[in-house]
Design a protein around this ligand. Structure first.
Ligand SMILES: C[S@@+](CC[C@H](N)C(=O)[O-])C[C@H]1O[C@@H](n2cnc3c(N)ncnc32)[C@H](O)[C@@H]1O
Length: 255
């Protein structure tokens, strides 16, 4: 596939030196391994290799969702790709699904749901976080099916009709405070993923959903990177050791 003016390209020199750029005339990519004139990328093909001004190899790759998420500005804690990807699958995210999210934070979840083809409605109480997320998504054209709502998730039932959403992902400080309003706007039988950082919050959440949702499961996703070298392949020594816990519940009508 050809790289055109306006294309997004991941310039990959090594794991520490990789950056998504938009190809534009008159702009350059710069790192400690040298510069690349971006207008020289027009007409090349993804997968090709070019040389920086200092003679290092740079690969021209197509950005993936993970590359995009890791290039976002972050103002908050985020739900990492390993976790949000599993949530999306467990909840059945996909084209045509109407998804509720709170809080928006830096937009990692918003962008993932949008990438999966969902219509996303995301609630955030802090204007500056909403703006950061909005800019993050706009930069990569992921904002088209997203409605950003500057309000507490507690108010969702005042903004949307009953049984409007197919699924929800909730990552706010006190999730038990939004359970009643989220229940109102979800379709019967639909799934919700809550994201919490501690065991005691899982316990509190489980008690709080009783009668409105059934508890499906709680889990932690571990990711262990490997350093692959002939005759010496082993786990890497450093990395993210803990992110959080997800709880999956489903709406029921017990009345
Ligand atoms: C940890 S961040 C969410 C990060 C997001 N999941 C991501 O991956 O980018 C939590 C956000 O929830 C917002 N928040 C807290 N309580 C809220 C509420 N009741 N309604 C909506 N947003 C809320 C905070 O301002 C904060 O931006």
């Amino acid at each position: 596939m050809n790289i055109e003016e306006g294309s997004l390209v991941l310039i990959y020199i090594d794991r520490k030196r990789k950056k998504i750029v938009r190809v534009e005339r008159g702009r350059e990519y710069a790192s400690d391994r040298g510069k690349i004139d971006l207008s020289e990328l027009i007409g090349r093909r993804y997968g090709e290799v070019v040389e920086t001004s200092l003679g290092f190899k740079a690969y021209l790759l197509m950005p993936t969702l993970e590359d995009i998420l890791y290039s976002f500005s972050r103002r908050t804690q985020v739900i990492y790709p390993k976790d949000v990807a599993l949530m999306a699958i467990k909840l059945g995210a996909g084209k045509g699904k109407r998804c509720l999210e709170g809080g928006t934070g830096s937009g990692f979840v918003t962008a993932t749901l949008s990438w999966f083809g969902c219509e996303v409605h995301t609630f955030e109480v802090r204007r500056e976080h909403l703006e950061t997320a909005r800019l993050n998504l706009r930069k990569f054209g992921l904002n088209e099916n997203v409605t950003f709502v500057k309000a507490s998730l507690k108010e969702v039932a005042e903004v949307y009709p009953k049984e409007y959403f197919d699924l929800a992902i909730i990552d706010v400080g006190d999730p038990w405070k939004v359970i009643d309003s989220v229940w109102e706007v979800l379709k019967g039988g639909s799934s919700v993923a809550f994201w919490v950082p501690t065991f005691n919050q899982l316990e509190k959440l489980k008690a709080a959903i009783r009668g409105k949702f059934i508890w499906i499961e709680a889990l932690e996703v571990s990711e262990r990177r490997l350093k692959v070298e002939e005759g010496a392949t082993r786990p890497e020594q450093f990395g993210i050791t803990f992110t959080g816990y997800m709880a999956i519940v489903r709406k029921v009508n017990n009345k």
